[in-house]
Design a protein around this ligand. Structure first.
Ligand SMILES: C[S@@+](CC[C@H](N)C(=O)[O-])C[C@H]1O[C@@H](n2cnc3c(N)ncnc32)[C@H](O)[C@@H]1O
Length: 261
């Protein structure tokens, strides 16, 4: 089965079961952000493209969007050479039934392949995805098994709050699409788990428009408060370049900067 057909199948099931999946507009922005981050991650290894491509302010000589490529280089020349192919690691909080996870894996693989011209070996894309609900996890697992990315997907059934404080793994892209009331609590941990050049992509930041309302109903208060605090604090965090997109339910993409020494 082609990956696109698999994504369509997941989408159909999500609509039938009324299971939430990322909105189409937000999914398009998500795929573009993943592709950009993957290109940055692989650009050192594949010796393309100029960093200026990724610099909005023309300060490419100061800031590198290379995803911590120095990790692969003994002489500090990671932007030019590397022996081992780098990995692109995605963390997803809130698997649902697997739609956004597969979408991200595909977008990253396609972007990495585009950078891999003339080189052998498949791009190394890994997805770790966390889901609390057993039934959603079961359905997602079934879809992942049908995917050509199956070998590189790890679904962990459990509370993301426990995983993010325990793991010592680093990631190049984080999709935050789980418990909205916890976004602000998760933020400092996620900031640490992200490699330089990586992105934290948070979905549902407008929460059906309630985040912009002056009066907040009691039942929405904890979520709205957390989403507002997340937005204010990530925007104020000098380690990140943060962009808000007015698509779908509102998304925020925060790219971690790195300073070339
Ligand atoms: C909006 S849905 C995810 C949709 C999915 N990302 C997609 O677009 O295909 C949010 C998911 O987060 C899960 N979730 C909620 N709290 C969680 C937690 N503490 N840890 C892990 N998953 C959680 C829910 O069970 C639900 O399946």
């Amino acid at each position: 089965m082609l990956e696109k057909e698999l994504l369509d199948e997941i989408r159909e099931l999500a609509f039938r079961l009324s299971v939430p999946i990322i909105n189409d507009e937000s999914a398009a922005v998500l795929a573009a952000c993943v592709a950009d981050a993957a290109k940055r991650r692989f650009c050192g290894y594949y010796k393309s493209p100029p960093l200026a491509e990724y610099s909005a302010d023309g300060k490419a000589a100061e800031y590198s969007a290379d995803g911590g490529a120095a990790e692969y280089s003994a002489d500090g020349r990671a932007a030019e050479y590397s022996d081992a192919p780098p990995c692109f690691r995605i963390l997803e909080i809130g698997t649902g039934i697997g739609y956004s996870g597969l979408l991200m894996s595909e977008a990253a693989a396609a972007a990495a392949r585009a950078r891999a011209e003339g080189l052998t070996g498949p791009p190394q894309i890994f997805l770790t995805t966390l889901e609390l609900d057993a039934n959603s996890a079961r359905l997602a697992r079934g879809f992942f098994e049908k995917s050509r990315m199956a070998e590189s997907i790890r679904l962990i059934e459990g509370d993301a709050a426990e995983f993010i404080v325990m793991t010592d793994c680093k990631f190049d892209f984080i999709l935050l699409d789980g418990p909205k009331a916890q976004y602000e609590k998760f933020r400092p941990y996620l900031a640490e788990l992200l490699n330089a050049g990586g992105v934290i992509f948070a979905d549902n930041m407008r929460f059906k428009g309630y985040v912009g309302d002056a009066y907040i109903r009691r039942k929405h208060r904890s979520i709205v408060t957390a989403l507002r605090a997340y937005t204010d604090n990530i925007k104020a965090d000098g380690r990140f370049d943060t962009v808000e997109y007015a698509v779908g339910d509102g998304v925020i993409a925060s790219t971690k900067k790195s300073l070339i020494k």
